[in-house]
Design a protein around this ligand. Structure first.
Ligand code: NAD
Length: 474
């Protein structure tokens, strides 16, 4: 670990040309962890130029070679998984077990993408003209700007960087200013593994400065963003003006439905994990729990009991975030919500909020429609399946959803009709793996899917090659 987190440009760690630094504090206790480069537009321009200079030669490498380098990086990360996860613990305040699990998930993503080096399949298709063969082949997009959230820092890097570079692009990453350390560590590993200079670049800094400059840079061909819907909207408008390709993975207000035939113990267990793990800082967090009237009271008392026993919720990422969440809870209270559990900052250092459960909240109240990104969930009482489905779909977001039922018929109907990119039956509102596409509908995204081979569609463009052979000329 170092005291100063520099950017990684053209294969070297460099200080910001601005001469400015940001303080990164530990969420667990508020102490100073390190200083972080506060890059400006000139730093972003240097990064994009370095990327452009490297991209053509990188794309000349075969997919097999690029896959091998991705594998090297993933394996090196696996070798140093304890060290990597310790850094994640420091910069996020998560438990060591959670951080290690996330590090392993990042490694798995690399290994999955590396395997594409021996596949990278295209298609051939028939044609109306005799002798004409048509092949669809993948082409790199060029220089890609990757902007990510803080919540699962290493998987967030892995989900974008591995497929981006595998596809033959040069990637410029702007990590969250809240979690710069894991991206800095990832850059070290890429350097050690001999990734050519400029193929992977990290520019640290604020979203409104370094992030915005990357989005606005005329030589960035693709912006791939994971973060809030508000920022995503601005990015789409700004990069859209120059018709750049834009992939957005955005927020959620995900619902978990508990039917009257649910296994209540299982439903309580998954509700706790979905609502409160990672301090609710998951795009797929269950922030709405919709319970059938006949089991509401029983579920409610078990859920409150289980939430009170949780001991590894962890802090939220910053004081600002904690104040924002507490403010939203206070406004909900003023509008008639009842706080049945939590709702208070925990005593002691750091930014800890007790797992919070609300009820008596209208489906159209502000807090029902706004993602909080904290350990806060709302209980809703419904008469039955139709009302539950309508409530779940009555949301600006559509990322994930879950239903707890023993009925195949209810499960299938829910899976068919719920407006979400991911549906889970009898589990949590999350559960993506490296080989599974992930993304949402409505304000949760713009239709792209990350992870899985679907990610290759983000980081490459299809080219249709027509070959016309004349048998008379054989
Ligand atoms: P955020 O939008 O505040 O920031 C995300 C990133 O964008 C950060 O790196 C930030 O510095 C940068 N940024 C901010 N303003 C910018 C601008 N004007 N131009 C360019 N970059 C800018 O979000 P956050 O608080 O870091 O993350 C939480 C959000 O991320 C939640 O909404 C969550 O649901 C979402 N998220 C979505 C997914 C998904 O896959 N759909 C996964 C994780 C997180």
């Amino acid at each position: 670990m170092t005291d100063e987190i520099e950017s990684f440009v053209g294969g070297r760690f460099v200080p910001p040309s601005t001469g400015s630094w940001l303080d990164k504090l530990r969420p667990a206790d508020g102490s100073l962890l390190c200083r972080v480069a506060r890059s400006g537009a000139a730093d972003v321009d240097a990064a994009v130029r370095a990327a452009r200079a490297a991209q053509t030669a990188w794309a000349e490498r075969t997919a097999v070679e690029r896959g091998e380098l991705v594998r090297e990086i993933a394996l090196r990360l696996r070798e140093r998984r304890q060290e990597a996860s310790q850094l994640v613990v420091e910069e996020t305040g998560k438990s060591p077990a959670t951080a290690l699990g996330e590090t392993d998930a990042a490694v798995e993503m690399g290994l999955f993408v590396a395997g594409e080096g021996r596949r990278n399949y295209g298609r051939t298709t028939t044609a109306s003209m005799p002798g004409r063969t048509v092949m669809a082949v993948r082409q790199p997009v060029g220089v890609v700007g990757l902007i990510i959230s803080f919540n699962t820092p290493l998987p967030n890097v892995a989900w974008k960087v591995f497929p981006a570079i595998f596809c033959g692009n040069a990637a410029v990453l702007k990590p969250s200013e809240e979690t710069p350390v894991s991206a800095w560590f990832f850059a070290q590993i890429a350097q050690e593994c001999g990734l050519p200079a400029g193929v992977f670049t990290v520019v640290h800094g604020l979203g409104s400065e370094a992030g915005a400059a990357l989005v606005e840079h005329p030589d960035v061909d693709l912006v791939s963003f994971t973060g809030s819907s508000a920022t995503g909207r601005w990015i789409n408008e700004t990069a859209g003006r120059r018709l750049a390709k834009v992939c957005l993975e955005l927020g959620g207000k995900n619902a978990l439905v508990v039917c009257d035939d649910a296994d209540l113990e299982n439903a309580v267990c998954w509700s706790c994990a979905s609502a409160f793990s990672n301090a609710g800082q998951r795009c797929a967090a269950a922030s709405r729990i919709v319970v059938f009237d006949s089991v509401y009271d029983e579920f409610r008392s078990r859920f409150i009991g289980a939430a009170a026993k949780l001991d590894d919720v962890g802090p939220v990422v910053s004081e600002l975030s904690l104040d924002r969440i507490l403010g939203a809870i206070e406004r909900a209270r003023e509008q008639g919500a009842t706080v049945v559990s939590g709702g208070e900052r925990l005593p002691g250092p750091g930014w800890h909020l007790a797992p919070t459960i609300l009820e008596n909240v209208a489906p159209d109240a502000d807090i029902s429609c706004t993602e909080l990104f904290g350990p806060v969930t709302i209980l809703y009482r419904v008469s039955g399946f139709a009302e539950a489905l309508a409530l779940v779909n009555d949301s600006p977001y559509g990322l994930t959803a879950a239903i707890h039922t023993q009925s195949l018929h209810r499960a299938m109907r829910f899976a068919d009709k719920v407006q979400a990119g991911v549906v889970v039956v009898n589990g949590g509102t999350h559960g993506s793996e490296p080989h599974m596409g992930f993304g949402g509908v409505k304000q949760s995204g713009t239709g792209w899917r990350e992870a899985g081979t679907e990610a290759l569609d983000v980081y490459s463009d299809w080219k249709y090659v027509n070959l016309i052979a004349d048998p008379a000329k054989v």
